[in-house]
Design a protein around this ligand. Structure first.
Ligand SMILES: Cc1cc2nc3c(=O)[nH]c(=O)nc-3n(C[C@H](O)[C@H](O)[C@H](O)COP(=O)(O)OP(=O)(O)OC[C@H]3O[C@@H](n4cnc5c(N)ncnc54)[C@H](O)[C@@H]3O)c2cc1C
Length: 455
């Protein structure tokens, strides 16, 4: 049975790798529109020695599938520096460290005393009764307005470049949704989960935030996707955009933009949802319509390098996020050279600032010089670093991260039921069940296992 995968981002590449692991002689082709593998995984190394990630910065080492894939490829992962556990938010005129434990939270002045007391009241708030609600509704209901605005809203822009009033809690943070369903209170649920883990002598205790250590590679994230691509060899074709898919009986025809065609019994679409929508317009117009409605805001990344000795403040941390209530022009800045040891030449700092996203998509479209000016002035005002950068790089994603808005789960259920009419057609990628690189890799292995079970 011939299989064609469309798209060589991490989703398409990891799916190809997982399928070949199961069946090394599988007739398989991966068709990629651009002239390189990786999609949103794209590392740039400048002639000055700065290593900038245009898209994916790192993954958390808390999912076995990605770590196993890295090991099978013979790659050496690079753990983030310990200091990067210190995370900051910009609040009321200065950077404040996010507390990393309940006692630190109680002692911290990030929230006012009434704000902290309102968080403590979470333990007596009844379970919610909506099947799907926004992250903003959920967090305000359980933790209060202040905690939502100062702690949860910046998480929405940091992970999704999203708008917390639109994102679905259950689709974006399913574990939190499950904890409320199971235990009613997040705080009490977490305590019970930790006690259970202690009783079972588990080495890792459950936590409210993402657990695990940020991980990349010495040469940046592209090391991973390049390694998979080179294993695929000539099964992977670049500069081969797919225009549409049609079907005659059990065979699909994949129509390429240059007029050529490929035939296959199984087609796995791993391009972004809007591209899958275009490909499916004739074959499955209803699915195409649903996919077309998944929003992708624009995002710009501005990397600035500075001489370290000229910076007076300490940079021991991951960087900071900016809540929307602060009405600044950036979503946050990562202190890249403090996260991984080799992101800047000796004696330099590298800052990676995100601009745009769902709340201010138009800012990401500004001309390059305006983006640099805006970033410089925000870094000057927020971090007190007011000087000419020695290095500048700007990257743009006109369609960045798919937004799992309220009713995303319902949309997926409808798509799944419509797909029953198209046996052998599989939709994957970060638009469905998790936006992180870890989710994309885990989904690749799920697909491979389910195909083996059904073959
Ligand atoms: C700026 C940014 C930063 C991010 N940072 C992180 C991070 O630090 N950690 C993390 O876990 N996740 C991060 N993400 C999320 C990231 O998007 C996913 O983890 C993952 O890389 C998505 O992979 P994918 O293969 O599903 O999609 P993509 O990477 O978008 O790949 C899709 C591929 O399909 C190809 N394609 C498109 N149309 C066609 C066509 N018609 N024919 C053939 N091929 C086509 C594209 O060229 C592309 O190569 C970030 C995303 C962005 C935008």
């Amino acid at each position: 049975m011939k299989t064609v995968i469309v798209g060589a981002g991490i989703s398409g590449l990891a799916t190809a790798h997982a399928l070949l692991e199961q069946q090394p002689d599988l007739e398989l082709q991966v068709l990629e529109a651009s002239d390189r593998p990786g999609g949103k995984v794209w590392t740039d190394k400048s002639s000055e020695g700065f290593l900038c990630e245009r898209g994916v910065n790192a993954f958390l080492n808390n999912k076995p599938e990605t770590l196993e894939l890295v090991a099978k490829l013979g790659l050496s992962p690079l753990a983030s520096c310990d200091a990067s556990r210190n995370r900051f938010v910009y609040s009321e005129g200065c950077l404040r460290q996010l507390p990393d434990s309940p006692p630190a939270f109680l002692a911290s002045n990030l929230l006012s005393l009434p704000g902290r007391l309102r968080v403590a009241l979470e333990t007596v708030i009844p379970r919610g009764n909506k099947s799907d609600e926004s992250l903003a509704e959920f967090a305000t209901r359980r933790l209060g307005r202040e905690a939502f605005e100062k702690l949860i809203d910046p998480m929405a822009s940091g992970v999704y470049a999203g708008d917390a009033t639109q994102l679905s809690l259950k689709s974006c943070f399913p574990r939190i949704h499950e904890v409320e369903n199971e235990y009613r209170s997040l705080i009490l649920g977490l305590i019970r989960l930790q006690l259970k883990a202690l009783a079972n002598r588990e080495s890792k205790l459950p936590s409210a935030g993402p657990s695990g250590q940020l991980t990349s590679f010495s040469g940046g994230m592209s090391v991973l996707t390049t390694a998979i691509a080179s294993k695929l060899g000539d099964r992977l074709q670049f500069a081969t955009p797919v225009a549409s898919i049609t079907r005659q009986g059990v065979r699909y025809t994949i129509h390429l933009s240059d007029g050529r065609q490929e035939e296959a019994e199984r087609v796995i679409l791993a391009a972004p949802a809007y591209a899958q929508s275009t490909m499916l317009r004739e074959l499955a117009p209803e699915i195409a319509g649903l996919l077309d409605n998944i929003p992708y805001p624009s995002l710009a990344i501005c990397c600035l390098g500075y001489k370290r000795e000229k910076i007076k403040r300490d940079l021991n941390g991951f960087g900071f996020l900016v809540p929307s209530r602060e009405r600044r022009q950036i979503l946050g800045t990562l202190w890249d050279a403090s996260i991984f040891p080799n992101r800047a030449p000796e004696g330099y700092a590298l800052f990676r600032t995100m601009i745009g996203g769902a709340r201010s998509s138009e800012l990401a479209q500004l001309p390059e010089d305006k983006l640099v000016d805006l970033t410089r002035s925000e870094i000057a005002s927020i971090m007190g670093i007011d000087m000419e950068p020695e290095f500048v790089a700007v990257y743009r994603h006109s369609k960045s991260i798919p937004q799992y808005v309220v009713r995303h789960a319902q949309r997926l259920a409808t798509i799944e039921s419509l797909l029953k009419k198209h046996p052998g057609l599989i939709l994957t990628g970060n638009a469905y069940k998790g936006v992180s690189l870890n989710d994309c890799v885990a989904n690749a292995y799920l697909i491979a296992r389910s195909l083996r079970a059904n073959s």
